[in-house]
Design a protein around this ligand. Structure first.
Ligand SMILES: Cc1ncc(COP(=O)(O)O)c(C=O)c1O
Ligand SMILES: N[C@@H](CCOP(=O)(O)O)C(=O)O
Length: 394
């Protein structure tokens, strides 16, 4: 197993602490596919560490991540007239988001490399997850978050798990710049998704979807922020394909929030990627203007024959309400971008109703309760009598 630059192909040893190639390109972990266990996809006992032979770490800092439910969304299938629709509910991970898949592998790698301090920039979920896994590993975590722009539940998580929370006057992109410099200068191990080991954990979403469905869906719909997750899921499917486990690949569909949609804009306008200076969206998790993994995500969408789309904040909040009220699935706004994107693409006739779709619902709704409560006016309290309640029912 080695690290390889996706831009120039240069190879680096796996135990060298580096996040980019000397040419500036992103790195990926090259797994030795001759050594993986291809016989384990039997639909049983699904957890992330079931796929250990496909992962580049020997140590294991775990909180029992992965094995998340794949729900069939029958009510929405009927309403939207789609043949097959599923949600892979990543909110069921230990800290309530897909980041736990990345952190179990990333923090394990930090220990293997002898690092005792870890760091990330975060819109919230990465910080909550890193804080939990660092606590479990007994190492120090620093988390840099955009001041005033992180959902309440996520902030509470980072605090209680014992991370040093550092608010930054700026957005996620500004915080990430500082984190990259700190990892170069101050001997802290960076666990944002530029770290290729983080993405190795997240690629298990693809393994699990195949394991649970026992086939490859036609399409996987993923909310996109820093663009690591869509890249990781695509890598997972490609590895299954290259190892001969599957013989077809899904289309990857990336959904961004309109106010933070540099990839969707470049894709739809048929031009080069350009970062956005002032990203803004109600879905704070994906309020990112300069996605660090954009070249990987671009390749994923292009190679798979997929597409990028963007959705408005109104469409995101409506999709969040629909998922909760029609399917009993409460997800945070960024997660609902996947359903909002699906609805938009179906309405525009850009995708086929007779195909199968897996929505990645990336984070739990309880992470951001304010978004719901602040938009709802509670009725006046009633007297504690049957009569008063009878009037309510009438
Ligand atoms: C809940 C949630 N959904 C989606 C995303 C987007 O994932 P990525 O940054 O890997 O594109 C994030 C983080 O960015 C997130 O926290
Ligand atoms: N949504 C993310 C932002 C990107 O983080 P990354 O570590 O996956 O690059 C967050 O939760 O902070």
């Amino acid at each position: 197993m080695v690290l390889r630059c996706i831009k120039c192909g240069r190879i680096y040893p796996e135990d060298e602490i580096r996040y980019r190639c000397d040419c500036g390109g992103l790195l990926e972990v090259v797994i030795d596919l001759d050594k993986v266990d291809t016989k384990i996809f039997d639909g049983k006992n699904i957890t992330l560490w079931k796929y250990e032979s496909w992962l580049p770490v020997k140590k294991r800092v775990s909180l029992n991540e992965g094995g998340t439910p794949l729900y069939r969304l029958e009510n929405l299938e009927e309403e939207l007239e789609v043949r097959e629709l599923y949600a892979k509910n990543e909110g069921a991970n230990p800290t309530g988001s897909f980041k736990d898949r990345g952190m179990t592998v990333g923090v394990s790698k930090a220990l293997e490399l002898g690092m005792d301090k870890v760091i990330c920039a975060s819109t919230g979920n990465t910080s909550a997850s890193l804080a939990a896994y660092a606590a479990k590993a007994g190492i120090k975590a620093y988390v840099l978050v955009p001041s005033g722009k992180i959902a309440l539940g996520k902030l509470a998580q980072a605090i209680i798990y014992g991370a040093q929370v550092v608010p930054v006057n700026g957005n996620f992109d500004d915080a990430l710049r500082v984190v990259v410099e700190a990892s170069r200068e101050l001997g802290v191990y960076m666990l944002n998704s530029i770290n290729p080991f983080r993405l190795e954990g997240q690629k298990t979403i693809a393994y699990e979807i195949y394991d649970q469905l026992q086939r490859v869906p036609d399409n996987v719909v993923v909310p996109v922020g820093n663009a690591g997750n869509i890249s990781a899921i695509w890598k997972g499917f490609k590895e299954l394909y290259e190892a001969g486990v599957i013989n077809e690949l899904p289309r990857m569909i990336g959904i961004q929030a309109e106010g933070a949609s540099p990839l969707a804009k470049a894709w739809k306008e048929g031009r080069e990627f350009k970062p956005e200076e002032k990203p803004e969206t109600v879905a704070t998790a994906i309020r990112i203007g300069n996605p660090a993994n954009w070249p990987k995500a671009w390749n994923a969408v292009k190679e798979s024959g997929g597409l990028f789309e963007s959705v408005t904040d109104e469409e995101i909040l409506e999709a969040q309400r629909i998922l909760a009220s029609k399917e009993g699935l409460f997800v945070e706004p960024a997660s609902a971008a996947s359903l909002a994107g699906l609805i938009k693409l179906l309405r525009e006739g850009a995708i086929d109703r007779s195909e199968s779709y897996v929505l990645i619902t990336t984070g739990h709704g309880l992470k951001d309760p304010n978004i719901v409560v602040n938009n709802f006016k509670l009725p006046e309290p009633i007297e504690p009598t049957l009569e008063a309640f009878r009037r309510v029912m009438e």
